[in-house]
Design a protein around this ligand. Structure first.
Ligand code: HMG
Ligand code: MG
Length: 312
C-alpha cells in the first residue's frame, strides 16, 4: 500500500446528512449543541443544515434558527445545502458564507431528490452559483449516485466525470463524489477516481461514502491510495437520504479518524471530544448510533491511542 496523503480534511456532514433522515424531530437546541461540540472536537468544516423545501425534508426546516445560534468560530466553515435560488436567498438572509449545490450522476435519483433532470439542475444552479460567488460565498458541489443509483443501478464513470466537471465550471471549489447508497467497492472507487483525475486535480475532489454495505473505510483506503485527501463523514455514522431507499449512514467520523490517525495521517480532530459530540445527539434518536468505534466504546473495549485521545 502506498499512501502519500499526510493530512486528511474531514467535512462533517452529521448535522445535515445525518439528521435529515431521522424519523424523530430533533430540537433546534440539540442541533446547536451538537454542532458546537463538533467544532470543539477540532472539525473545521461542519455542514450546519439545508435550505431545502421543508415539505420535502421537514428535519431541515429549522436551519435558519440553527445557523443563528451556532457559535460561528472564525476558524470553522459551516456550509449549508441550497437546492435553488430560494434556498440561496434564505442562506444570504441567514448570513451563511458557504453553500453546497447538489445534483447527481443518474437522472431518476435526481428527479426524485430535487425534481429536476441533470440538465435542468445545471440551468437551475448556474444563476445560484453566480449569485453566491458574487455575494462572496464559497460554493461546493455534490455528485450523488456516483457509484450506483437506487433506481437505475449501474452508473457510468464517464457520467460522474461529466457532472463533476460541470459543477467545477460553475465555480465550485470542490466536488464531493457521493456513494449515496453505499454500493461502491474499492476497485470501482479507484476506477472512478482514476477517470476524474485525468481532468480534475485531486485537490478539488472529496469523497462522500455511505457505509450501507460496510465498504466505506475500504473505499476510503482505496481513495487515499489515489491521493484524495478530503472525506465527508458523519458523527456516529448517522445519515441517509430520504429519496434514496435503503440508504443508511455515512462513514462514521470516529471510524475514519481512528483509522487514518493510527496510519500516521493527521486530521486535527480530538477523539475524546468527537465521542462527546456524538453522545450529545444520541439521546435524541430512536436508535443507537451505528458507528463502530462508538460501539466498541459502549462495549467497554480498551481504547487504543489516537493522536487526539490518550490511552486511559
Ligand atoms: P418542487 O416541489 O419541484 O419545487 O421541489 P417547487 O418550486 O414547486 O416548491 C415546492 C414548495 O417548496 C413550494 O411551497 C415552494 O415555495 C417551496 P408551496 O408553494 O407549495 O407552499 N420551496 C422552498 N421552501 C424553502 N426553501 C426552498 C424552497 N424551494 C421551494 N429552497 C425542491 C424542488 C428542489 C425545492 C425540492 O425537491 C427540495 O427541496 N429537494 C431537496 C431534497 C433534499 O434535501 N435531499 C437530501 C439532500 S441531498 C443528499 O442527501 C445527498 C448528499 O448527501 C450526497 C450523497 O449522499 O450522494 C448531498
Ligand atoms: Mg449523503
Amino acid at each position: 500500500m502506498k499512501i502519500t496523503v499526510d493530512t486528511v480534511k474531514i467535512v462533517e456532514v452529521g448535522p445535515r446528512d445525518g439528521l435529515q433522515n431521522e424519523k424523530v424531530t430533533i430540537p433546534t437546541e440539540a442541533k446547536v449543541a451538537f454542532i458546537t461540540a463538533l467544532g470543539d472536537a477540532g472539525l473545521r468544516v461542519i455542514e450546519a443544515g439545508a435550505f431545502v423545501s421543508p415539505k420535502w425534508v421537514p428535519q431541515m426546516a429549522d436551519t435558519a434558527e440553527v445557523y443563528a445560534e451556532i457559535p460561528k468560530d472564525p476558524g470553522v466553515e459551516y456550509p449549508v445545502l441550497v437546492p435553488n435560488m430560494r434556498g440561496l436567498e434564505r442562506a444570504i438572509e441567514a448570513g451563511v458564507k458557504s453553500v453546497s449545490i447538489f445534483t447527481a450522476a443518474s437522472e431518476t435519483f435526481n428527479k426524485r431528490n430535487i425534481n429536476m433532470s441533470i440538465d435542468e439542475s445545471f440551468e437551475n444552479y448556474a444563476p445560484v452559483a453566480l449569485r453566491a460567488r458574487a455575494e462572496g460565498m464559497k460554493v461546493r458541489g455534490y455528485v450523488s449516485t456516483a457509484f450506483g443509483c437506487p433506481y437505475e443501478g449501474e452508473v457510468a464513470p464517464e457520467k460522474v466525470l461529466e457532472v463533476s466537471a460541470r459543477l467545477l465550471d460553475l465555480g465550485c471549489y470542490e466536488v464531493s463524489v457521493g456513494d449515496t447508497i453505499g454500493v461502491g467497492t474499492p476497485m470501482q472507487v479507484q476506477g472512478v477516481i482514476g477517470m476524474l483525475l485525468q481532468v480534475i486535480p485531486a485537490s478539488k475532489l472529496a469523497m462522500h461514502f455511505h457505509d450501507t454495505r460496510g465498504t466505506a473505510l475500504a473505499n476510503t483506503l482505496a481513495a487515499l491510495e489515489m491521493g484524495i485527501a478530503t472525506y465527508d463523514a458523519s458523527s456516529g455514522g448517522l445519515g441517509g437520504c430520504p429519496f434514496a431507499p435503503g440508504a443508511s449512514g455515512n462513514m462514521a467520523t470516529e471510524d475514519l479518524v481512528y483509522m487514518v490517525d493510527r496510519m500516521g495521517i493527521d486530521t486535527g480532530v480530538d477523539m475524546n471530544r468527537l465521542v462527546a459530540a456524538a453522545s450529545i445527539i444520541a439521546p435524541y434518536l430512536d436508535h443507537p448510533l451505528p458507528g463502530r468505534y462508538l460501539q466498541a466504546c459502549t462495549k467497554g473495549q480498551m481504547p487504543f491511542a489516537t493522536a487526539g485521545a490518550a490511552v486511559q
